[in-house]
Design a protein around this ligand. Structure first.
Ligand SMILES: Nc1ncnc2c1ncn2[C@@H]1O[C@H](COP(=O)(O)OP(=O)(O)OP(=O)(O)O)[C@@H](O)[C@H]1O
Length: 343
């Protein structure tokens, strides 16, 4: 059984924005999954859904199995317990997530008191240990958030996320607000802590290069769907979906700070989730789209060993590379595929 198994997850916001449209993915214990995609593709919505943190009015379908237990049908008391000990989230922008009027040590100690049944003295001691584990002196427990740097605050957020020894850590753009040097330190910290404690990690970022550097496996999202997944380096170096290829060309590799984000050679913008294009949602921007792509939906199917992609060109003679002719794509090829939903 996987630590996390998401099956056919859909999230629609009031007003009709279909932010997540039938996502299936897994995270194993000790595995680091990177979730990539442009702004607005539904990454944060997926993360919020995992812990039932979506705003009221959002409609959710599918299953989110954490250790086999469906988060979507749990009673609220169970959800609260799961939010700390089952899975916890590190958000971007720690200043907004920490409470400005409480000392950081108290904020780390609180879930230990509430969910671990520790005595106040034990919870304080554990908070000090956690601070040391994330590279801060235990004495910083007495600091208020505004007395810490951005990188230190993000370390505190990581300590909080680890407070109740969760099985899964979800890190949503954990380093976006930080400068490059601190970013690298925080990424290594998350990587090491996850490795030491054998927890699963879902790291969310628009930066495929960072994810390829940190994670074992990558899933690429476009317009609320996973369109490609596979071993991190392979997806980054040799994406099978035209969108994955554009995205992997979009970022500097580590150590090349000169270039900036912009998916390479892609016209237009990601679609409005309230008006997702018919067929493959990527077809209006796709350099190798066929007529059929405008009308027929694409599902994830085998694209090599432990790799899947949702593109009409996958599994045909056509490579789907921008200079390939793409003529081998047929509608019938799609039916051979593996659906994103596990039967
Ligand atoms: N509360 C909400 N009500 C209505 N629409 C929403 C709400 N929250 C998000 N959306 C829409 O859902 C879509 C997905 O948003 P989401 O934040 O999940 O994307 P994302 O990939 O995480 O982007 P970013 O990296 O910018 O956070 C976007 O089009 C967004 O405008």
């Amino acid at each position: 059984m996987s630590l996390l198994e998401v099956r056919d997850l859909t999230v629609t916001y009031p007003g009709g924005a279909a932010a997540v449209r039938g996502v299936g993915l897994t995270v194993e214990a000790g595995e680091k999954l990177g979730l990539a995609g442009e702004s607005g593709c539904g990454k944060s919505t997926l993360a919020l859904a995992l812990l039932r943190l979506l705003p009221a009015g959002a409609r959710v379908g599918g299953e989110i199995l954490l250790d086999g237990e469906d988060v979507l049908t749990m009673k609220w008391g169970r959800v609260r317990a799961v939010r700390w000990a089952g899975a916890s989230i590190v958000f971007q922008g720690a200043m907004h997530s920490l409470n400005a009027v409480h000392r950081v040590g108290d904020q780390i100690a609180e879930p230990i008191l509430l969910h671990r049944g520790a005595t106040p003295a034990d919870a304080r001691r554990r908070a000090g240990e956690l601070l040391e584990q994330v590279g801060l002196p235990a004495a910083r427990a007495r600091a208020y958030p505004h007395e810490l740097s951005g990188g230190q605050r993000q370390r505190v957020m990581i300590a909080m996320a680890l407070a109740c020894e969760p099985r899964l850590v979800v890190a949503d753009e954990p380093t976006t607000a930080l400068d490059v040097m601190i970013q690298a330190q925080i990424l290594r910290l998350i990587e090491n802590l996850v490795g030491e404690q054998d927890v699963g990690l879902m790291m969310i970022s628009h930066d495929l290069a960072v994810l390829a550097d940190t994670c074992d496996r990558l899933a690429v999202m476009y317009a609320g769907r996973v369109v490609e997944e596979g071993p991190a380096r392979e997806v980054y170096d040799d994406a099978r979906h035209p969108y994955g290829r554009a995205l992997s060309g979009a970022f500097p590799r580590i150590g090349d700070p000169g270039s900036r984000f912009a998916p390479r050679g892609l016209p237009g913008d990601p679609p409005d989730p309230a008006a997702v294009p018919s067929g493959c949602a990527f077809h209006p921007r796709c350099p190798v789209a066929l007529d059929v792509c405008a009308t027929e939906d694409q599902v994830l199917r085998d694209a090599g060993t432990r790799r899947r992609a949702a593109c009409v060109h996958v599994g045909t003679d056509a490579t789907g590379t921008p200079d390939g002719n793409g003529s081998g794509g047929t509608a019938s090829a799609r039916d051979d595929g593996v659906r994103s939903r596990t039967p």
